[in-house]
Design a protein around this ligand. Sequence first.
Ligand code: FAD
Ligand code: NDP
Length: 315
Amino acid sequence: MSHRVLIIGSGPAAHTAAIYAARAELSPVLFEGFMAGGIAAGGQLTTTTDVENFPGFPEGIMGPELTDRFRAQSERFGTTIHTETINEIDFSSRPFCFKADSQEGSADSVIIATGATAKRLDIPGANDGELWQKGISACAVCDGALPAFRDQPLAVIGGGDSAVEEASFLTKYGSTVYIVHRRDELRASKIMQQRALENPKIEMLWSHTVTQAKGADFLEAIRVKDLKTDQERDIPVAGLFFAIGHTPNTAFLNGQIDTDDQGYIVTKPDSTQTNIPGVFAAGDVQDKKWRQAITAAGTGCMADLEAEHFLADNQ
Ligand code: FAD
Ligand code: NDP
């Protein structure tokens, strides 16, 4: 079956693109994925609780409910949604041919909004069904303001820009913020390092790893190991934030779309246009810096408007 606009993904970027495309009467088809990248249809917001920074919800909204609303709005205007993953797509000629779990088709334009998956550590106590989302998170900007973290000691794992940025952010809420880093030098840029190291609320745990998360119903402490002495000790913390990088969901593109060295899609400046005319990228799959629902939605809007212009110019 041939489509005007194929949207791959199911987070705020994909659904915003779908709402715009559907209202422009392009009859978009959206493949929301089936546990693609290890994430349920609906995207990263399905893995969180309260979303308090998405405009329009002054009382906050639960992540899964917000994604359900995105989906309902896409459908309301006529988006066709398939709960399947796109496994292959051929960008060598237009229309672009694709293969999903149980069907094949083609499309005149494609919006890639497959997001990224935050890396997590397999630490005892920190997994799903244990203390994950009960004091343990992979997004300080999203969860840091929760009341449970106010004036409490917190910890961030990682040594890159995300770790120091998130630790600096968390000092607004926590009493002390430990950065637990496996080496004795940070990977973060010099200016970000300097800000973190000069912050009196940040305490570095150099050459340390976290070996266990402890707590009954909510995180109470982490067990850390000094890699130089092999000694372990408990540190009381109410929050633990993984900042060890993300994996963009671009493997299925098989190298046809230009990415940076970490796999994020490279788009033209001030645009969602990729290296292939008619193929656009929106959301976290092309954004390793801001990574917020609202920024993903914003680029989703851009991607559809650019796709509309492309289709108008390339009948
Ligand atoms: P994603 O949400 O990453 O969704 C992409 C979807 O595409 C996934 O469902 C994936 O399975 C699917 N997919 C992948 N590959 C394929 C394929 N080949 N075929 C079909 N489907 C595919 N942001 C905020 O603004 N506020 C918050 O409070 C907040 N809290 C967060 C809490 C957590 C725990 C996390 C991890 C993130 C949080 N974020 C928050 C960040 C926000 O969730 C992301 O920035 C946003 O979801 C990115 O949207 P996206 O549209 O790029 O795609
Ligand atoms: P990075 O890949 O740069 O850093 C990941 C960090 O996590 C590294 O310090 C790494 O340690 C550590 N790490 C990775 N795996 C493990 C593990 N299994 N156990 C313990 N520690 C681990 O990711 P970031 O998300 O920090 O940054 C991604 C990109 O985004 C970068 O290009 C960064 O510059 C950019 N960015 C820019 C920002 C800004 O300019 N404001 C803000 C945020 C990100 P090690 O160093 O030992 O490898």
